[in-house]
Design a protein around this ligand. Structure first.
Ligand code: FAD
Length: 398
């Protein structure tokens, strides 16, 4: 079954146009985003007895997931064609639902959405698509009052939100002098489909992260590449215990978000690993890194040493940042630009949890953050109204 094939049901998609014209609706918890993080949160909400706000709008504790995508898969629906199951870093199973055997040569953009769709169907999660949340604001000045969630298809009132909007919709697009005069093609990782479209060209690949390295490696097979990074890339040498390294990295990111610091790029915490594609690129001489060019001219780039390099296309593999624009009315950022968290909960706004954010920006992190956010939120709600305690139960498929 493909991600688009699942029928709508009482627990699933509704006609969003009907929703748009309907009255203000309410849910105890609105989960924003239906990728791995949002699905994990949905699973754990259901497990703790929260019911569908679509089926039981007047239930004691209810939830709904609003997702901007037209079908299951989150950002995986948009990964580039050549990112196969064999070349992803690894996709952790959704809670209680092991991945079926998947052909390692299948593109992740089809395999992962299919797996997510099957999970959603089995878990009977109340997901509305395609619904984009435009703003979240406080209903009034009462710090314990409700939140108002405005979307492309109607308005919801909520006691709390779990934000799981990922990063894919917020690509980082740096600006260099003269960029608008460039006569060649420019594209971001977000828009990259396959190396074939750049065959035979002179291509500048900009960025020092995992995506940059993967794209450099494959573009270099069909084009002449030039690799530009702001800093000298750091590769982890030798054997390492990935579990121990992973724990250390996560501890660093946790320390940053708990101190309210803005977090850096993924690679600034992890360094680069000598994966098979990194080794292949090195063997072909593709890893000759150049310092960032200083400006862009119609036919190429001006190098840091003042010389000129003719270029036909620039691939901006410059990463992504958390897509949180819809939360701006809540003013969650401090004056350093960071959002301080305790676990997944915003320190100054206990009704808001951020998952798939900071230390939980991975498929394993998303899973755990979904569980932790629901546990913390349930404690918060129990303190507020101890009378309403739904029975803990398991989703249908477990
Ligand atoms: P997403 O999958 O991005 O889902 C967010 C969802 O929220 C989307 O459906 C989006 O449409 C929706 N949304 C966004 N804004 C709104 C809004 N305003 N209203 C409603 N809905 C909204 N991690 C790994 O563990 N292994 C890997 O191999 C791996 N490879 C990666 C490769 C790339 C190129 C990138 C960029 C990341 C990779 N990651 C990997 C990181 C991993 O993808 C994420 O940590 C995880 O999958 C993100 O899940 P998520 O649910 O947080 O976000």
């Amino acid at each position: 079954m493909s991600a688009d094939d699942h029928p709508s049901g009482p627990h699933g998609r509704l006609d969003p146009d009907a929703a748009a014209s309907g009255p203000l609706r309410s849910a105890t918890v609105v989960v924003i985003g239906g990728g791995q993080s949002g699905l994990s949160a949905g699973y754990h909400l259901k497990r703790r007895g929260f019911t569908s706000a679509l089926v039981e709008p007047d239930g004691g504790r209810t939830f709904v997931i609003l997702d901007a995508e037209p079908a299951a898969g989150g950002a995986w629906r948009h990964r580039w064609e050549s990112l196969r199951m064999a070349t992803v870093n690894g996709i952790f199973d959704l809670p209680g639902y092991p991945k079926p055997p998947i052909d390692p040569d299948e593109p992740s953009r089809t395999a992962v959405p299919r797996y997510f769709a099957d999970f959603e169907h089995a878990a009977e999660l109340p997901i509305l698509r395609a619904v984009t949340v435009t703003t979240v604001r406080r209903a009034d000045t009462d710090p314990e009052g409700g939140l108002v969630v405005e979307s492309s298809h109607g308005t919801w009132s909520a006691r709390a939100i779990i934000n799981a909007t990922g990063t894919w919709t917020n690509p980082v697009r740096p600006h260099y002098p003269g960029q608008e005069t460039f006569t060649g093609r420019q594209l971001h990782t977000h828009d990259y489909v396959s190396a074939e479209e750049l065959a035979g060209l002179r291509v500048a690949v900009v960025g020092g992260g995992i995506s940059a390295l993967q794209q450099l490696e494959e573009i270099n097979q069909v084009a002449t590449t030039f690799w530009y990074t702001r800093r000298e890339p750091v590769f982890r040498e030798g054997e390492f215990n990935s579990e121990v390294v992973g724990r250390e990295i996560i501890a660093k990111v946790v320390a940053d978000v708990e101190a309210g610091k803005p977090t850096g790029s993924v690679v600034s915490y992890t360094d680069l690993a000598w994966t098979p594609y990194a080794r292949a690129a090195r063997e072909r001489g593709a890893l000759q890194r150049r310092p960032m060019f200083t400006s862009i001219e119609p036919g190429g780039v001006r190098e840091a040493d003042g010389s000129f390099t003719p270029i036909d296309a620039i691939v901006w593999a410059t990463g992504f940042k958390a897509a949180l624009g819809h939360l701006d009315p809540l003013a969650l950022r401090n004056d350093r630009g960071g959002i301080q968290l305790v676990g997944t909960q915003v320190t100054d706004e206990p009704r808001v949890h951020l998952i798939g954010f900071g230390p939980s920006q991975s498929t394993v992190g998303s899973n755990r953050a979904g569980r932790d956010a629901v546990a913390a939120l349930t404690r918060h709600l129990n303190k507020r109204d101890p009378g309403v305690r739904p029975a803990v139960r398991s989703p249908a498929h477990t």
